[in-house]
Design a protein around this ligand. Structure first.
Ligand code: HEM
Length: 172
C-alpha cells in the first residue's frame, strides 16, 4: 500500500525532494515575518470572498483573523522561524486538525488556486522562493487529502482491539 507521502507525490505531481526543498532555503530569514503575515492575510481574504460557495463554506465556522494567525504562525515555524504556532496551539498535527473538513481533491485544487494567487500578489516574494513554497503547498495539500481519506477509512474499519476499554483507534 502506498504511503501518504507517495500518494501526495503522485496526486500533486511534486516529488518529495522538491516539496522539502524548503528545508534548505531558510525562507523565514530571507522573507521575514511581515511577508508571511501579508501572504496569509492575502490568502484568507481570497478564501473568505470566494465566489464558490461550496469552498467558502468549509471555513464558515472559523474566524478569519484567527485563521490568518494560525496559518502565518505555522508557516513561520515550518520555514525556519521561531515556534510561534506550537507555543500557542501545540503540535501542528495537520491531518488530525483537518479531519473535520471535506479535504477532497477538488478542495485541494481550490485552496491551491487561492494560494497561487496570494503568492503572485504579495510583495517581496522572489520567484525562486515562490516555486519552493508552491511545491511545498501542493505536496502538503495532497498529503492532507490522503491523510484525511485514510482516517475516514480507519473509522469505518472495525478495530480488532475495539473491545479494550482504552480504545486504541483514537490515536490514529
Ligand atoms: C487541501 C485543502 C485544504 C483545506 C480545504 C483546508 C481547510 C482548512 C480549514 C477549514 C481550517 C480551519 C481554519 C482555522 O481555524 O485555522 C484550516 C486550518 C489550517 N490549515 Fe488548512 N486546509 C487545506 C490545506 C492546507 C495546507 C496545504 C496547509 C499547510 C501548508 C494548511 C495549514 C493549515 C493550518 C496550519 C491550519 C490551522 C490549524 C489549527 O491550528 O487549528 N492547510 N484548514
Amino acid at each position: 500500500m502506498p504511503s501518504l507521502q507517495e500518494k501526495a507525490s503522485e496526486w500533486s505531481g511534486v516529488a518529495t525532494t522538491d516539496a522539502f526543498a524548503i528545508d534548505d532555503a531558510d525562507l523565514f530569514h530571507n522573507l521575514g515575518l511581515q511577508t508571511f503575515v501579508n501572504l496569509s492575510t492575502n490568502f484568507y481574504n481570497r478564501v473568505y470572498n470566494d465566489e464558490e460557495e461550496w469552498f467558502r463554506s468549509i471555513f464558515a465556522k472559523s474566524e478569519k483573523q484567527n485563521a490568518i494567525q494560525n496559518q502565518y504562525e505555522f508557516l513561520v515555524q515550518r520555514l525556519g522561524g521561531p515556534p510561534l504556532y506550537s507555543h500557542r496551539r501545540g503540535h501542528p498535527a495537520l491531518i488530525a486538525r483537518h479531519r473535520p473538513f471535506p479535504v477532497t481533491h477538488e478542495a485541494a485544487e481550490r485552496w491551491l488556486h487561492h494560494m497561487g494567487q496570494a503568492l503572485d500578489t504579495t510583495s517581496d516574494i522572489d520567484d525562486e522562493s515562490k516555486v519552493k513554497l508552491m511545491n511545498f503547498f501542493r505536496h502538503t495539500a495532497y498529503f492532507l487529502v490522503a491523510g484525511v481519506e485514510q482516517k475516514d477509512q480507519n473509522l469505518h474499519t472495525p478495530c480488532k482491539d475495539a473491545a479494550l476499554k482504552q480504545h486504541p483507534c483514537k490515536n490514529f
